[in-house]
Write a protein that binds this ligand. Structure first.
Ligand code: BEZ
Length: 214
């Protein structure tokens, strides 16, 4: 799924803010696009509330949010007061796409293949309109917004370093990163003048190199 281009098959969407072409919304910035099975449902109410609470974290980094739920715009607008009331401090400032006929979610690869219906899918879309990362959760499992933010930080960090670095298990911002296997030691010395450490492992292959880039 990562790498597919959005917008070719879904030229225009109706949302709680205005109608727009997905490509126009995505252009030139990162976007977190997240789908929901339906309005006035418990898990979705908590998830959209959490996104509203985290919205400033995304805005600070120039990242846009875009929700989708399988009901119409009026239903979304009627639902927003419940979302904000349930999660104190939450403001649903981001648009929510209407998809009452479930026509858009298949085109965005947001279908749960087991339930054959709407899922809790989430795509992080790059400024080139390509999907860089996807999660697909069943309707019974709410997503972890800390993980969404953590994964976004990792993508932004890798993009900043032109994918010459990667982030290891459970990485968090300000923690050391690893150097991509595609980078030779000679290149790594130039890219990381502050130095890097090569883990001493039984294989002696020298492939696990850690650098502090914060
Ligand atoms: C929910 O948001 O709570 C939900 C939606 C669809 C199926 C199950 C739960």
């Amino acid at each position: 799924m990562p790498g597919i281009t959005l917008g070719n098959t879904v030229p225009r969407v109706e949302t709680t803010h205005k109608n727009f072409k997905l490509h126009d919304y995505f252009a030139d910035s990162w976007t977190v696009l997240f789908s929901h099975p339906g309005d006035f449902t418990p898990v979705c109410t908590t998830e959209l509330g959490a996104m509203g609470k985290y919205a400033h974290e995304f805005e600070q980094r120039g990242v846009k949010l875009l929700g989708l739920s399988c009901d119409d715009v009026q239903s979304h607008k009627d639902w927003i007061p419940d979302i904000e009331a349930f999660t104190p401090g939450s403001k649903v400032t981001y648009p929510i796409i209407a998809d009452p006929n479930k026509e858009i979610i298949p085109q965005l690869n947001m279908i749960d293949p087991i339930e054959n219906g709407p899922s809790r899918a989430l795509h992080i879309v790059g400024p080139d309109c390509k999907i860089k990362l996807s999660f697909l959760y069943p309707s019974t499992t709410g997503r972890n917004m800390d993980e969404v933010l953590r994964a976004l930080h990792s993508l932004l960090m890798a993009a900043k370093h032109k994918n010459r670095i990667a982030t290891p298990v459970n990485w968090k911002p300000d923690e050391p990163v690893v150097i991509s296997p595609a980078v030779s030691d000679e290149e790594a010395k130039k890219l990381f003048p502050q130095g890097f450490k090569t883990a001493e492992l039984p294989s002696k292959k020298g492939y696990l190199r850690v650098a502090d880039v914060s």
